[in-house]
Design a protein around this ligand. Sequence first.
Ligand code: IPM
Ligand code: MG
Length: 356
Amino acid sequence: MKIAVLPGDGIGTEIVAEAVKVLKALDLSFEMETALVGGAAYEAHGHPLPEATLKLAQQSDAVLFGAVGDWKYDKLDRPLRPEQAILGLRKHMGLFANFRPAICYSQLVHASSLKPELVAGLDILIIRELTGDIYFGQPRGRRIAVDGHFPGSEEAFDTMRYSRPEIERIAHVAFQAARKRDKRVTSVDKANVLETFQFWKDVVTEVGKEYPDVALDHMYVDNAAMQLVKAPKKFDVVVTGNMFGDILSDAAAMLTGSIGMLPSASLNTKNQGLYEPSHGSAPDIAGQGVANPLATILSAAMMLRFSLNQPEAAKRIETAVDQVLSQGLRTPDIFSEGTTRVGTAQMGDAVVKALG
Ligand code: IPM
Ligand code: MG
């Protein structure tokens, strides 16, 4: 089993170090190889996703990814910006299925910005299509408008598009995931306005006929955003396109108390996966040893389950995380009165200890 370890920028290096610590404590034999990605790779090699890093990722069973980005790179040409590393990995590895679970730990009910009764017991799974939509659609660019409201003026444009096979395969992923849960799928679209998402809705409906045991409903994305903060527990599996999934998954993350708790998995058809916390590189707190490593540690657990076929080891990590929360240990993002404030490394050490 080979794991490519790509810590990236900002807090990425700190949180990945803790996840690696936990993986090493499991007594499983992995080969782990680290490489630069994002701004760190740009500094060293002039590109956010160097050929060698991509090759390492492609040749591994799984990628453990930290985070990329820093405001100081915002002025670079788009192809050189750190974000291109993660977009490039998704594209070149074909990581079309993004799992973003939002689980509210009972110990953290009071850390949520919503009322405890709205989030207690929350367990939703957002499945975001990750290699299509307006993120990757061509053409895109800037030009002088020939029509529209201001012909002759400068304009920018992107292309939203989805093909039938792209929608079908992510729909299958969602229905199959729902079968292992509460057997409900909400497909989120904007079919009332967008051709792309009327097609999305039609194709998901067709695929749904193959899963008569799973209840399917459809929701417009604006309403879904509202329902997520109004009655989030009504959702089981949410399946949606790349851009809507980006936005809704951040909203869902906050329901759980902190985006610092949320792991994610991005899989291709070969079950090769990239595992990363749902949060970003947080340059404002980088280097201070205060970042929450639990999302990355939980991402490592997802990696063991989905790509490395080690469900028991995954469970051990998840149980250990639950235990450290019960012990009252909290990084600043989830701290509340009466709990014990710890730093990044202390949190990682506590998880290792709780593995038993
Ligand atoms: C995410 C991030 C990325 C995205 C950025 C960093 C390109 O926001 O994984 O949600 O938009 O997909
Ligand atoms: Mg995002």
